[in-house]
Design a protein around this ligand. Structure first.
Ligand code: SAH
Ligand code: SF4
Length: 421
């Protein structure tokens, strides 16, 4: 989401004549796009700000600004406490950035942190480097109010971009040769443009260019409709891959988190998706050590992982966020227990990913070639429909962006290896 927002900001600034530099020593403006989701994301930014001091104090004297959720959350504090920050601009005020920058060059401090009910940046084309993969935000904000989560407070109410603005942007991506587009939103499947839902949007995107693969992130279990599952099944270029955060396996914890589903409901959804979309794979998000989580609750989470067998997972320790409902609950799981539970969760996921990948040996997969393998330029890396990296020997005539059929012959927990067939 932040990568996509950074491209949006670069689009806005480029329209005003700014350009990018790869040399920080040449920069007149340095903007940090920040995340508030967990405390460690914020701590990292404080570290980065400390490192940037030298660009402020020396001859260079660049304008330094904080964008994103930390700007929204900490507002004035950032300008007052961190004297070197010239502007603080939240996620719904990026249109005003050029104005704030003019002010900053004239020595004024700028704060733009109003949240909007309507801003979707519909008309702004993000700045994208050449490549195969692109992000495309289709909605902003979140109305779910999970009790641990700061997003509804930092990114505001849920709103969708118009379908009419998205389709031309997909056409542009198609003309520029992009082959892998991820539609983004905090709850992408609650997309609603005057009655046109996320399934309608996906079907419309898929029809623009059948050579582009479409992915989407993130889906909330509550909004996973049958229509959406059938739409994925019916369109070859909609990837058979669903990121479906479960957060916990315990109904008691799910209720405390205000996740609005029970684990039984979640299982039904997974079963239904597997029936409607043969071969579909899942990934998830898990929070370990939420308030009052008992050992039994933790075991229930491990149990879901074993039952669903996710291809991958993003796994976090619970981090209390000021302003959220859970901030008033006691953060009663000590650090050591949180760490121990989290490492059990990570170890189990590694084992499951390894087993799933081993089972793929012998399969034939269609992969999109993305470029040289990270480790050797004698090998190429491609990606399956289900988002797995496959390494194949480099052969004459294979180009980036080709779709190829390969047979998988070896696997680790993170990577598949194959040969062209
Ligand atoms: N809207 C998406 C993603 C939200 S943020 C969704 O609901 O799935 C990505 C992930 O960060 C969440 O799924 C959750 O697992 C994690 N997360 C959010 N708040 C957190 C917190 N306070 N502590 C730890 N993890 C958190
Ligand atoms: Fe946060 Fe829940 Fe909204 Fe996801 S659905 S952004 S976890 S409040």
């Amino acid at each position: 989401m932040n990568l996509a927002d950074t491209e949006l900001v670069m689009g806005i600034l480029q329209n005003k004549g700014y350009s990018l530099t790869n040399e920080i020593t040449e920069a007149n403006v340095i903007l940090l796009n920040t995340c508030s989701i967990r405390d460690n994301a914020e701590q990292r930014i404080y570290g980065r700000l400390g490192n940037l001091k030298k660009y402020k104090e020396g001859k260079q004297s660049a304008v330094i600004g904080i964008l994103g959720c930390m700007a929204e959350r900490l507002r004035k504090n950032l300008i007052e406490d961190k004297k070197m920050v010239d502007l603080v601009v939240g996620p719904d005020e990026y249109r005003r950035l050029p104005e704030f920058l003019d002010g900053a060059f004239a020595g004024e401090k700028g704060i733009g942190v109003k949240l909007s009910r309507t801003e979707t940046y519909d008309d702004i084309i993000p700045f994208r480097e050449e490549g195969l993969s692109a992000w495309l935000s289709v909605m902003r904000g979140c109305d779910k109010f999970c009790t641990y989560c700061v997003v509804p407070f930092t990114r505001g109410r849920e709103r969708s971009r118009s379908l009419e603005s998205i389709i031309p942007e997909i056409k542009l991506l198609s003309e520029r040769g992009f082959k892998d587009v991820t539609l983004l939103g905090q709850n992408v499947n609650s997309y609603n443009d005057n009655g046109k839902d996320f399934a309608d949007l996906l079907a419309a995107c898929a029809a623009v260019d059948r050579d582009i693969r479409f992915r989407f992130s993130t889906s909330h279990p509550q909004d996973m409709s049958d229509k959406l599952l059938y739409t994925i099944a019916e369109n070859d270029n909609l990837c058979n891959y669903i990121h479906l955060p479960v957060q916990s396996g315990s109904n008691r914890i799910l209720e405390l988190m205000n996740r609005t589903y029970t684990i039984e409901h979640y299982y039904e959804l997974i079963d239904k998706a597997r029936k409607i979309i043969p071969g579909v794979s899942f990934s998830t998000d898990i929070i370990s050590g939420f308030s009052t989580e008992t050992y039994e609750d933790h075991i229930a989470t491990l149990d879901v992982m074993m039952k669903v067998r996710y291809d991958g997972a993003y796994m976090f320790k619970y981090s209390p966020r000021e302003g959220t409902k859970a901030f008033n609950m006691e953060d009663d799981i000590d650090e050591e227990t949180k760490s121990k539970r989290l490492s059990e969760i990570i170890d189990l996921q590694q084992k499951i990913s390894f087993e799933i990948n081993q089972e793929m040996i012998g399969n034939v997969e269609k992969i999109l070639i993305e470029g040289d393998s990270k480790k050797s330029n004698e090998f190429l890396a491609g990606r399956t429909d289900t988002n797995k990296i496959v390494i194949i020997p480099k052969l004459h005539g294979i180009k980036i962006g080709d779709y190829l059929k390969v047979k998988i012959n070896r696997a680790t927990s993170g990577t598949l290896f194959g040969d062209l067939i």
